[in-house]
Design a protein around this ligand. Structure first.
Ligand code: SAM
Length: 388
């Protein structure tokens, strides 16, 4: 068909990610882009810089505004701790970015909050600004575990925040961490309580040790002892069964939801849909390019204020990188990956099935809960030796 006669394909729908790097205090295990050194003037400058970043990007990309603008279906404000932003600054941030996009009418707008900083007034401001999903960093309802994690929140505050969120937002998600000292019985009680408080989505992470964090130093010095892998794996698998019995089906390595409550925003990451990332340390996938913004808030703000794109790295994906992503990203989800996107031998496929790591049905390979525990190894093997 001639170029003239070709029916134009509409641009794929996209998402927006906004990174708020401020925290009231720093958790010993966390490696995300965040800082506890900020005041009201710094936060105001940050919001202006993110709005400026949006303008700079929009001036260079017709998919962000104007007649060719791509429909954007999800917005996710993560951190850091977005609930440290003053209500008026939050409204400004959203209006200067999300508010300028071509938004779908039924868009999902999620904001992360820490229980201790989610007030009724803030929650109402968020809801009035269009937020319809809140994700609370609960981590545990056990005061000993919270203390071990160095969290600034006690179980009662977490419960109150879950109740408040349930009253104000149609959808509530909560983050949990499988930390040293967590046991399956206690997790059952906590997840049951979360369900009874109206939580419809749980992100359940196994505590990861990241080089350079205070936790890594404490483990290296012997001051903190992690549970052996066999104990962590047993507790995780029992917790997955508990979640299923409470109606939270696993739909991704760390994500569980009640019917209809899956995060649309995260789903777009695994389906390789485009998303714009704004703010210090934010990542984006836009125009076939993956990029990361400068993580240092000062450096980020200076670049954005000067009208430059504040990126620290950027990669246009080639054929091989796209092939790897098509294989590895859907592997994280219960839908799994199409065998046509996998370059593996039938022996390898059969071995993993016998070992209980995955199931092959209708031409797709989908990891079991046990396979999800081994996702890093499986990914590494697929990436290193495509013909396993
Ligand atoms: C980027 S954090 C920010 C959320 C929020 N400020 C908080 O801490 O409650 C998002 C989630 O990642 C998880 N997380 C962060 N660091 C982790 C680690 N080292 N291991 C496992 N999960 C982690 C926590 O469950 C946390 O709620």
């Amino acid at each position: 068909m001639s170029a003239k006669g070709r029916i134009p394909t509409p641009p794929r729908e996209g998402g927006l990610y906004l990174h708020v790097p401020f925290c009231a205090s720093l958790c010993a295990y966390c490696h995300f882009t965040r800082t506890d050194r900020h005041d009201a003037a710094f936060r105001r400058r940050y919001v202006a810089a993110v709005r400026r970043e949006f303008e700079v990007r929009a001036s260079r990309c017709g998919l962000l505004s104007g007649p060719q603008a791509r429909t954007t279906t999800t917005c996710y404000v993560g951190g850091g701790t977005p609930s440290t932003l003053e209500p008026d600054l939050f409204v400004d941030l959203l209006a200067g970015t999300w508010g300028r996009l071509n938004r779908s009418r039924d868009a999902e707008v999620t904001v992360e909050a820490n229980p201790e900083s989610l007030s009724e007034a803030l929650a109402r401001t968020w809801r009035d600004a269009g937020v319809n999903r809140v994700s609370l960093g609960v981590q545990s309802l056990d005061s000993a575990v919270l203390e071990r994690l160095g969290r600034a929140c006690d179980p009662q505050t977490a419960r109150s925040a879950l109740r408040l969120a349930g009253r104000i937002f149609p959808r509530v998600s909560a983050d949990w961490i499988l930390a040293p000292g967590c046991d399956a019985k206690r997790l059952r009680e906590e997840f049951t309580e979360a369900r009874d408080l109206g939580v419809g989505h749980i992100s359940f992470y196994i505590l990861e040790l990241h080089a350079g964090t205070p936790l890594a130093a404490e483990v290296a010095s012997g001051r903190v002892r992690l549970d052996p892998d066999s104990v962590i794996e047993r507790t995780y698998l029992e917790a997955v069964e508990t979640l299923a019995s409470l109606g939270f089906e696993q739909y991704e390595v760390s994500n569980f939801c009640r019917p209809g409550q899956a995060s649309r925003h995260n789903g777009a990451y695994w389906r390789r849909e485009p998303y714009l990332g704004l703010g210090p340390g934010a990542h984006g996938f836009w125009g076939g390019r993956r990029y990361a913004n400068l993580g240092d808030p000062d450096a980020y703000m200076r670049e954005a204020e000067a009208g430059r794109v504040p990126e620290s790295s950027s990669e246009k994906l080639g054929i091989e990188a796209r092939r790897l992503e098509r294989m590895i990203l859907p592997l994280r989800t219960v839908e799994g990956v199409s065998l046509t996107d996998l370059d593996v031998s039938s022996e390898w496929l059969a071995r993993g099935e016998t070992d209980g790591l995955w199931r092959v049905t209708d031409g797709r390979l989908a990891l079991t809960a046990r396979g999800m525990l081994r996702i890093d190894d499986i990914e590494a093997r697929l990436a290193a030796a495509p013909s396993c």
